[in-house]
Ligand binder design. Structure first.
Ligand SMILES: Cc1cc2nc3c(=O)[nH]c(=O)nc-3n(C[C@H](O)[C@H](O)[C@H](O)COP(=O)(O)OP(=O)(O)OC[C@H]3O[C@@H](n4cnc5c(N)ncnc54)[C@H](O)[C@@H]3O)c2cc1C
Length: 307
């Protein structure tokens, strides 16, 4: 008979790894299915400066590694495969993955989110040739060059400031006349002589043939367009939930996020959701780990009630 886990967690970001830690400590047989890099989005940031316990900040890669090790030390299994579909057969959930079929008595969806694209000409064609969505991964390629950061939220401002370690100049292009980012991040960026701003503007096109050589921006107030020369474009304009494989399985909101109640239950009994994938007002490492812990404990209670 196929091995049936007590709990299978889809996604090995901070939400999934924390759920795995709590579930493994509760002695549930626990499997984490991760399609890419354990740590998720957190693994792609240079510095997590607002996670409690690390007053001097911690690198995203290091925190990811610590969370993975802690979950594995208590017995959670981590498997590198992508979940393509989830279905229910009687009391069991059946997960179709790139590594084969997996069966489980409960499921936590912790598949997080992925960067949103600009959707403008040149973006896809020049991805990896000057267009990037990850400053930690690609920043060092832009030593002494002029790069653009598109966006005005926490991630844009934080990653823009990080890019000044390499780039000679970082121009933040934002569609409004003020940033959305947390004040402390704004102050840091405004005080950095390498950072400047193009306000009220959107990128209409990424310019370049083989590599990026600039962007064409349009001022949303005046309608004026102009080309700005530069070598890199880092896009931080929000995130999209990783839920395409869940359509028809659990209820999603209009933006595609998984709908849960206060106890992180989805519309399908026995299936919980945690972290950025959930319809929630704040998406951070701290909220993801809180969700992960709660979802694991509630999954455990759900199993107990049925044993
Ligand atoms: C550049 C950047 C900087 C950030 N900086 C900070 C910061 O300083 N402080 C802070 O608190 N937050 C920060 N965040 C946000 C924080 O990283 C996220 O809120 C957090 O990682 C969410 O955790 P999660 O586990 O819910 O989802 P994710 O981190 O998105 O992890 C989800 C995981 O699920 C996997 N997955 C998705 N679909 C499947 C599938 N079908 N099968 C298998 N696996 C799947 C993904 O590969 C991923 O590893 C930052 C984010 C970015 C992108």
């Amino acid at each position: 008979m196929a091995d049936v886990k007590d709990l299978t967690i889809i996604g090995g970001g901070p939400a999934g790894l924390t759920a795995a830690l709590y579930a493994a400590r509760a002695r549930l047989s626990t499997l984490v299915l991760e399609q890419g890099l354990p740590g998720g989005q957190m693994a792609t940031t240079d510095e997590v400066a607002n996670y409690p316990g690390f007053p001097d900040a911690v690198s995203g890669a290091e925190l990811s590694d610590l969370m993975r090790r802690q979950a594995e030390e208590f017995g959670a299994e981590l498997e590198l495969s992508e979940v393509e579909r989830v279905a229910q057969e009687g009391d069991e959930f059946v997960l179709a993955t790139t590594g084969g079929e997996r069966r489980s008595r409960t499921v936590i969806i912790a598949s997080g989110a992925t960067h949103r694209k600009l959707g403008v000409p040149g973006e896809d064609h020049l991805q990896g040739r000057g267009v990037s969505y990850c400053a930690t991964c690609d920043g060092a390629f832009f030593r002494d060059q002029h790069v653009f950061v598109v966006g005005g939220g926490d991630t844009a401002v934080q990653e823009g400031t990080f890019l000044t370690r390499f780039a000679s100049r970082v121009t933040v292009i934002h569609r409004r006349d003020q940033l959305r980012a947390t004040k402390v991040l704004q102050e840091k960026a405004f005080a950095n002589p390498k950072v400047d701003f193009v306000w009220d503007s959107v990128v209409e096109e990424v310019l370049g043939d083989q590599v990026v050589n600039g962007v064409r921006v349009r001022n949303v107030k005046t309608g004026e367009t102009r080309a700005l020369p530069g070598e890199g474009v880092f896009v931080f304009v929000g995130i999209l939930p990783n839920t395409t494989f869940l359509h028809g399985f659990v209820d999603l909101d209009a933006s595609g996020y998984v709908v849960t109640d206060a106890e992180l239950r989805t519309s399908r009994p026995g299936v919980f959701a945690a972290g950025d994938v959930r319809a929630t007002p704040l998406r951070q490492v701290a909220t993801a780990v809180g969700d992960g812990a709660m979802a694991a404990v509630l999954a455990e209670h759900w199993l107990e009630e049925r044993s």
